[in-house]
Design a protein around this ligand. Structure first.
Ligand SMILES: Cc1cc2nc3c(=O)[nH]c(=O)nc-3n(C[C@H](O)[C@H](O)[C@H](O)COP(=O)(O)OP(=O)(O)OC[C@H]3O[C@@H](n4cnc5c(N)ncnc54)[C@H](O)[C@@H]3O)c2cc1C
Length: 383
C-alpha cells in the first residue's frame, strides 16, 4: 500500500531570524492601529497593508529576482505566512496571487506574462482571484461550461463563475475554461486562462455572506477577449494545472490557522491557572497544532524540492480544517460568551462570534471534506 511521507524539516537559521523581523513589523503595525486581529485567515483585505508587505520583500519571496522575487527559501516564506496568520493580519488582497497564481505563472506562464505580472504581485499591488467554480460546477470541476472560443490572437470567453473570492478587488482572475470538447469530455479540452478584470464584457456581482460581508462574487464573462499567451500551462492542459495548483492551495498554514487568534484570546481569558478540564482541552489543541505544523512544513519542504505532494496536501487540509473548526466549538464550551474578566474579553467575544459563523466554510472552500477524503483514499490505494 502506498505510504504518506512527512519527512521532518529543520527551520534554517535565516528563517528564525526572519521570524523575529516579521514579528517586529507586525507589532509596529498593531501599535499604529492599522489592523485589529481577526479570524478566517483569508477574509480581511487591506491593499495598503499588502503594499507594505511587498515593500518589505515579504511577497513573491521564493521567486527569481529577475521577476521581482527575493530568491528566499520556501521555509522562509512559510515563516512569514505563519506570523501573518498568527497575528490575524489582513492578508486577503494579495493572498491568492502570492500563494498560487504567481507560482503557477512562474512555472507555466509565457515570458511576456511573467515579466508583466510577477513583479507587480511581488510589490503587493496586483491581486488575483480563482475562477474555478460555476453555478453547476463545484466539486465536479471537470464539468465546467465556461467556454473559450479561438479567435485571431487569442480567445473569446463566455460563461459564469461563482463564489469567486475577492474578484471585486482582483486585477486578474485565472479562469478554468473549456477550449475544446464538450462538458461530457471531462478532463480533456480544459485550459486555465489569465483574464484581465478590466477587459470589456466582465461583470462582477457581489454575493453577501452569512455575516453580512462582501467576500465572494459571481463573475459573468460575455465574449471577453483574452490574448493567446495568457494561458497557464498551454491550451488543453487545464486539468493538470488545476490539480498541481491545489497542492499549493491546500497545504499551507492558512488551512489550520484560521481560528488561531481565537485560541490565543481563549488562553488570555482562561489565564495562567486553568482547571483540569481547561488544561486538558487546551493542551490537546496545542498538540494537534504542533502536529499539523510539522506536516505542513514538511510539505513546504517537498514543494521547495519541486515535488507535487497532492495527497499529503489533501490530508493536511482535511485534518487542518477539522482542527480550526474545533477551536470555536471547544473554547465556547470552556468560556461563556460573557467574558470572565482578567483578559481582553471584548476581543474574545468578537472573534468567537465571527468564528462561529465562519467555521462551516473552512471545510468547503478549496475542496470539500468528502472530496479530500476520496483523494486520500485513492492516494492510499483504497479505491
Ligand atoms: C468561503 C468560500 C470561498 C470560496 N472561494 C472560491 C473561489 O475563490 N473560487 C472558486 O472557484 N470557488 C470558490 N469557492 C467554491 C468552493 O470551491 C466550492 O463551494 C466547493 O468546491 C464545493 O462545491 P459546491 O459548492 O458546488 O458543492 P457540491 O460540489 O455541489 O457539493 C455539495 C456536497 O456534496 C458533496 N459531494 C459532492 N461530490 C461528491 C462526491 N463525488 N463524493 C462524496 N461527496 C460529494 C460535497 O462534499 C458537499 O458536501 C469558495 C467556497 C467558499 C465556501
Amino acid at each position: 500500500m502506498p505510504e504518506f511521507r512527512f519527512e521532518p524539516v529543520q527551520m534554517p537559521p535565516a528563517a528564525t531570524r526572519l521570524r523575529a523581523e516579521v514579528r517586529g513589523f507586525l507589532d509596529e503595525e498593531k501599535a499604529k492601529g492599522t489592523f485589529a486581529p481577526t479570524v478566517g485567515a483569508m477574509v480581511a483585505a487591506d491593499p495598503s497593508f499588502s503594499a507594505r508587505l511587498g515593500a518589505r520583500g515579504y511577497l513573491g519571496m521564493t521567486w527569481p529576482k529577475q521577476y521581482g522575487g527575493h530568491e528566499r527559501s520556501a521555509l522562509e516564506r512559510y515563516v512569514v505566512v505563519e506570523e501573518l496568520l498568527a497575528a490575524g493580519a489582513p492578508v486577503m488582497a494579495h493572498w491568492i496571487a502570492d500563494r498560487q497564481s504567481g507560482p503557477q505563472i512562474l512555472k507555466h506562464g509565457a515570458e511576456r506574462v511573467k515579466k508583466m505580472i510577477l513583479p507587480e504581485i511581488a510589490s503587493g499591488r496586483c491581486f488575483f482571484a480563482i475562477g474555478m467554480s460555476e453555478p453547476d460546477t463545484g466539486s465536479d470541476l471537470a464539468s465546467v461550461k465556461t467556454r473559450a472560443v479561438p479567435v485571431e490572437g487569442g480567445f473569446r470567453v463566455t460563461g459564469r463563475k461563482v463564489w469567486t473570492s475577492y474578484a471585486h478587488m482582483a486585477h486578474y482572475v485565472i479562469a478554468l475554461v473549456r477550449t475544446g470538447g464538450r462538458p461530457e469530455d471531462r478532463h480533456v479540452g480544459l485550459t486555465q486562462l489569465i483574464v484581465d478584470m478590466k477587459s470589456p464584457g466582465i461583470e462582477v456581482r457581489p454575493i453577501i455572506n452569512v455575516y453580512g460581508a462582501h467576500e465572494f462574487n459571481e463573475v459573468a464573462f460575455d465574449d471577453v477577449f483574452v490574448p493567446e499567451d495568457m494561458s497557464v500551462g498551454g491550451i488543453g492542459n487545464g486539468w493538470a494545472m488545476v490539480t498541481s495548483e491545489l497542492a499549493f492551495e491546500r497545504s499551507g498554514p492558512d488551512r489550520f490557522m484560521s481560528t488561531y487568534p481565537l485560541l490565543v484570546e481563549a488562553f488570555r481569558e482562561i489565564g495562567e491557572s486553568p482547571n483540569a478540564s481547561e488544561a486538558a482541552e487546551l493542551g490537546r489543541l496545542v498538540a494537534h497544532l504542533a502536529t499539523l505544523r510539522r506536516m505542513s512544513t514538511s510539505i513546504a519542504g517537498m514543494l521547495n524540492e519541486g515535488k507535487s505532494p497532492v495527497t499529503e496536501a489533501a490530508l493536511v487540509k482535511d485534518l487542518g480544517t477539522t482542527f480550526e473548526q474545533s477551536i470555536p466549538e471547544i473554547t465556547r464550551r470552556l468560556l461563556p460568551l460573557e467574558p470572565r474578566g482578567g483578559g481582553n474579553g471584548q476581543a474574545y467575544d468578537g472573534l468567537q462570534q465571527l468564528a462561529q459563523m465562519q467555521a462551516p466554510c473552512y471545510s468547503i472552500r478549496g475542496g470539500t471534506r468528502e472530496i479530500l477524503r476520496g483523494m486520500i483514499a485513492r492516494g492510499l490505494g483504497l479505491r
